[in-house]
Design a protein around this ligand. Structure first.
Ligand SMILES: [Zn+2]
Length: 114
């Protein structure tokens, strides 16, 4: 699964891993690939994530019978977040900060009561 949570010093943070080599994928070189041979009845296709063009070529070589399309990872994610899912990034950050503050305050109250 290319979308993962990585344990960093500040805690778990979202990250993306390459479907071919397993390395960290950056926005600068990351690519999204999908087969354009998917049956029309499905109406969608799963995607592969590659960290760079070399891994994209290696992934598509596994399926010589299929034809693949490619888009830059950053372009895919911006389209997904802003157009398809219509996520308001500022509103989500505000909500998550509020939820963290409430949880942190609850923990402090629990410590005082213990
Ligand atoms: Zn890779």
């Amino acid at each position: 699964m290319p979308f993962v949570m990585e344990l960093q010093p500040q805690g778990f943070v979202p990250a993306v891993r390459c479907d071919h080599c397993g390395n960290h994928v950056t926005a600068e070189t990351g690519l999204i690939l999908w087969s354009i041979d998917s049956p029309l009845a499905i109406g969608s296709a799963p995607v592969f994530i590659a960290c760079d063009q070399d891994c994209a070529d290696a992934l598509t070589a596994r399926y010589p019978e299929s034809q693949f399309a490619v888009i830059a990872l950053d372009a895919y994610l911006v389209t997904l977040v802003e157009d398809s899912l219509e996520i308001d990034a500022d509103a989500v950050r505000e909500r998550e900060e509020l939820a963290w503050t409430i949880e942190h305050t609850r923990d402090e109250v629990d410590q005082v009561l213990d």
